[in-house]
Write a protein that binds this ligand. Structure first.
Ligand SMILES: Cc1ncc(C[n+]2csc(CCOP(=O)(O)OP(=O)(O)O)c2C)c(N)n1
Length: 660
């Protein structure tokens, strides 16, 4: 039992580390850590099951600081509870180049940072994915190996962001009762009081989404503790509204937006020291307080050890499977299964849409990998993401492997990040490429964090036809290619689709997107190649020595390139075709390889039913680009290709004109 006095001193340690670090950095957000210190102290000293010396323990409780600007709250907690990564020097180096204590918590910088937060709303939406992962893995491996809570601290900002609504609705629907959100209900954001912009009754909102809600004084440790215990017993996810004072303890600035995002200043810090009776110097935590925190950090070591014993005692195959799943390694037999499938494709030479080819590839993949968890934002039949192995998950039955995310692309992408971060699962989703715009903030964070999530993005061009320009991606490939560390694949046929899927799965430290067609495509890869030709990003599909014309193309336009090549070759014009399924992988090849692929043809043409941006790397700024420079239109897709001049005839005519 921690006395009130001890609790206050422990919470004040967070407050002073935070305000002193922000002061030293001359930048940062002291208000939230000071206001939420009591909540965090109760959670970390009494309830959170975690082990700073074994931070990756798969069955630890997850804590997500969704309000990432309050990063000093998390860094203080990690230092105080004894994580090796966050030393007092790291705290002193808050926000400095190369420190682990970046402005906002960054996944991978230090153990204990479960996800990168800062873009408001993302953390709470990630946490829904973490809670889904916990529930799914508990179903799969049993509660002796999986059974933990996911706790979130979210601010007004997180709850105002739209993505939080998608996340909350999904969590309530799925009855994720081990998800517990603390709302730092302090009435303040940057512009001033929340009343400037928001009148939402958050309790009514959460309840409407099938959550349990509780309201407490966020500075009353016993009330917070009682709320957590009540939440743990709930059969629904719980939101605990904690009334707090932002910048608690600062005599002149507490409760105002002045403490949100600026240093308090020496004078106010001195006044706060006086007000809270804190005599220790900056960055010094009194030894009794530090000891109490370190003891709190040891609280769950026994639970972790017992868990390890249970894993050790598990049946050998189950144990090995669990360990592999959390290592992120793929099943060894995947490569041979894909080879066998490619062999079959070479024999049958099918001509499906690549969205259907993706389903067929997934049928193979899902048969080998138990860790894939599919889904779609209400476009299952269009995205072809459901296979015979992936039954639907329902609120009361998590034995399936397929999530009906509802029409919630952003929430889906953020939840997928949470699942990947949790470990044990490889999430893939389905949506339209056009609506990658709705997922973009989460895809960007997946790329920044370096996590494996795979987005199946179908209906990838004007080739979708009649739905028209609102649904036809034009700038999307270029926009997604602009995100560092994201692999964007646009396969040309069934074989390339299988290869791109394999690459997406094998790339453990980055997310992938697969842009796939609605319309059928002819097989362009007709011979079996053991090697994954897409792995180099671009390769010679049709070679020609002394080619006068080289045509580069992706996805559905490879077929157009091949047909144009046939005509040009028949006319005696030596022509090559280069398939370019992935810009990013190509950019990683040796200079020699890149130069050889780009080649020296006097005429270089790129064909992609999107914008030119990015293609000059292949064709030079004097190259010919055949694609889109406007929005699309509604009509049968063949008419659209003609209307926008993306045809073999136009390619041939352009090549001839340039050569003459
Ligand atoms: C998506 C997004 N938009 C804007 C911001 C900039 N921003 C950072 S904190 C903040 C206000 C947050 O208010 P609240 O959650 O109440 O935090 P508190 O003031 O209590 O610290 C804003 C707008 C952001 N980080 N993310």
């Amino acid at each position: 039992m921690i006395s009130r006095e001890k609790h206050d001193r422990m919470a004040n340690a967070i407050r002073f580390l935070s305000m002193d670090a922000v002061e030293k950095a001359n930048s940062g957000h002291p208000g939230l850590p000071m206001g939420a210190a009591d909540i965090a102290t109760v959670l970390f000293t009494r309830y959170l099951s975690f082990d700073p010396k074994n931070p990756a323990w798969p069955n630890r409780d997850r804590f997500v600081l969704s309000a990432g600007h309050g990063s000093m709250l998390l860094y203080s907690l990690l230092y105080l509870t004894g994580y090796d990564d966050i030393t007092i020097d790291e705290i002193k180096n808050f926000r400095q180049l190369g420190s682990r204590t970046a402005g906002h918590p960054e996944y991978g910088h230090a153990a204990g940072i479960e996800t990168t937060t800062g873009p408001l709303g993302q953390g709470i939406a990630n946490s829904v994915g973490m809670a889904i992962a916990e529930r799914k893995l508990r179903e799969e491996f049993g509660s002796e190996l999986m059974g933990h809570y996911t706790y979130v601290l979210a601010g007004d900002g997180c709850l105002m962001e739209g993505v939080s609504q998608e996340a909350i609705a999904l969590a309530g629907h799925l009855k994720l009762n081990k998800l517990i959100v603390f709302w730092d209900d302090n009435n303040i954001s940057i512009d001033g009081p929340i009343s400037l912009a928001n009148s939402t009754d958050q309790h009514a909102r959460f309840r409407a989404c099938k959550w349990h809600t509780i309201a407490v004084n966020g500075h009353d440790p016993e009330a917070i503790a009682a709320a957590i215990e009540e939440a743990q017993k709930s059969d629904k996810p719980t939101m605990i509204a904690c009334k707090t004072v932002i910048g608690f303890g600062a005599p002149n600035k507490a409760g105002t937006h002045k403490v949100h995002g600026s240093p308090l200043g020496a004078e106010e810090i001195a006044a706060t020291r006086k007000a809270l009776g804190w005599e220790a110097e900056a960055f010094t935590v009194p030894s009794d307080v530090l000891d109490a925190w370190r003891i709190a950090g040891l609280r769950s070591a026994k639970a972790r050890k017992e868990w390890e014993e249970r894993l050790e005692a598990a049946e050998a195959e189950k144990k090995a499977h669990f360990i592999r799943r959390f290592s992120g390694e793929l099943e060894g037999s995947l490569a041979s299964a894909i080879s066998a499938y490619k062999q079959k494709l070479a024999e049958t030479k099918p001509s499906p849409a690549t969205r259907k080819a993706s389903e067929d590839a997934l049928e193979v993949i899902n048969g080998v990998l138990a860790e894939t968890i599919g889904g779609s934002a209400d476009l299952t039949g269009s995205n072809n993401t459901k296979t015979s192995q992936t039954h639907s998950i329902t609120p009361d039955d998590f034995s399936g492997r397929y999530i009906h995310y509802g029409v919630r692309e952003h929430g889906m992408a953020a939840a997928m990040n949470g699942m990947a971060l949790h470990g044990g699962l490889i999430p893939y989703s389905g949506g339209f490429l056009i609506f990658s715009d709705y997922c973009r903030p989460s895809i960007r964070l997946a790329a920044l964090m370096g996590i494996r999530v795979i987005h199946v993005l179908t209906h990838d061009s004007i080739g979708l036809g009649e739905d028209g320009p609102t649904h036809q991606p034009v700038e999307h490939m270029a926009a997604l290619r602009a995100i560092p560390n994201l692999l964007m694949f646009r396969p040309a046929d069934a074989t390339e689709t299988a290869e791109c899927w394999q690459l997406a799965l094998e790339n453990r430290k980055r997310p992938s997107g697969l842009a796939l067609t609605r319309q059928n495509l002819m097989a362009v890869r007709t011979e079996y190649e053991e090697q994954n030709l897409c792995a180099r990003g671009a390769y010679d599909l049709i070679s020609a020595s002394d080619a006068q014309v080289t045509i580069f193309a992706t996805g559905s336009e490879v077929e157009i390139a091949v047909k144009a090549c046939q005509t040009l070759t028949a006319k005696g014009i030596a022509t090559r075709v280069v398939s370019v399924p992935c810009f990013e992988l190509f950019a990683e090849q040796s200079e020699d390889y890149q130069q050889a692929i780009i080649g020296t043809s006097p005429v270089k043409i790129a064909v992609e039913a999107g914008i030119r941006q990015g293609w000059d790397h292949f064709i030079g700024n004097d190259g010919i680009f055949i694609g889109m420079s406007s929005f699309g239109a509604s009509g049968p897709y063949k008419d659209l290709y003609k209307h926008f001049g993306i045809t073999p005839e136009v390619v041939v005519a352009s090549a001839e004109a340039k050569l003459s």
